[in-house]
Ligand binder design. Sequence first.
Ligand SMILES: NC(=O)c1ccc[n+]([C@@H]2O[C@H](COP(=O)([O-])OP(=O)(O)OC[C@H]3O[C@@H](n4cnc5c(N)ncnc54)[C@H](OP(=O)(O)O)[C@@H]3O)[C@@H](O)[C@H]2O)c1
Length: 261
Amino acid sequence: MDLHLTGRVAVVTGASKGIGLAITRSLAAEGVHVVAGAMHGSPELDVLADQKDVHPVLVDLTTPEGPALLIDEAVGRFDTIDILVNNVGAVRPRLDGFLAVTDQDWDWAMTINFFAAVRTMRAALPHLATRAGASIVTVSSVNAYLPDPPVIDYSAAKAALTNLCKSLSKEYGTRVRVNTISPGPVQTDLWLGGDGVAATVARANGTTAVAVAQQAAADAATGRFTHPQEVADLVLFLASDRADNITGSDFRIDGGLVTTL
Ligand SMILES: NC(=O)c1ccc[n+]([C@@H]2O[C@H](COP(=O)([O-])OP(=O)(O)OC[C@H]3O[C@@H](n4cnc5c(N)ncnc54)[C@H](OP(=O)(O)O)[C@@H]3O)[C@@H](O)[C@H]2O)c1
């Protein structure tokens, strides 16, 4: 299927590893010019930048000015933006209950999972709205509608994020399509890294990260985590003109983890 993405300009946040790296790699493979925002960067992103039209921008997207700096870099280089992928996000398991979650914890979760996207879209939309076929794809989470006490702040932030994107899809109508993707557990450092969800929960419960991850996989009907590439494939479809009449929608990719309609 030709996605007709060649020559488009995309900004991806959280692009140095995990889902964002897979999205960046896939967009570049389709001939998209990609401005790739991340905090520290990675050797994998550097290799991609050497081989493809990928431009890493190292920026802290949790600062008030970080998102606008990233968008300014993209517009300064390419004059415009056609595609924005809001992918940056993070989770810290809260295993001591709601009363132990401080204002600082809430502030952190809301900033990286919600305000980073608010600020990025505020900076990007004036540019996107001038382009035919412009699109925003936001990586939210099943936790947006599967509230879970061990990730209580993350769940609330992702619910706000999905809600925000739906509102924007109405405001921007035919000018910019706005959709969200809600993954369940994905094979990345967020879940499986040294400080990821599996290792953190395992340390607290006296079990192993492998056992925690195996249980999470078993909770899905398919019995496995989603691969980052599978999320990237969905992002590319939604960003393309093949999805020209899809806006204001949320797409779950969770191997059947969520059991309700
Ligand atoms: N993995 C899952 O199971 C899962 C499930 C549902 C939804 N999601 C969502 O998918 C998205 C990507 O998750 P992932 O699993 O791919 O995460 P990941 O592997 O931990 O990667 C996170 C990315 O975000 C960047 N980042 C973190 N803090 C940043 C900051 N302050 N400023 C700029 N960049 C920053 C990191 O860059 P550096 O490394 O360069 O700092 C990295 O590129 C998130 O929104 C997450 O909530 C993930």
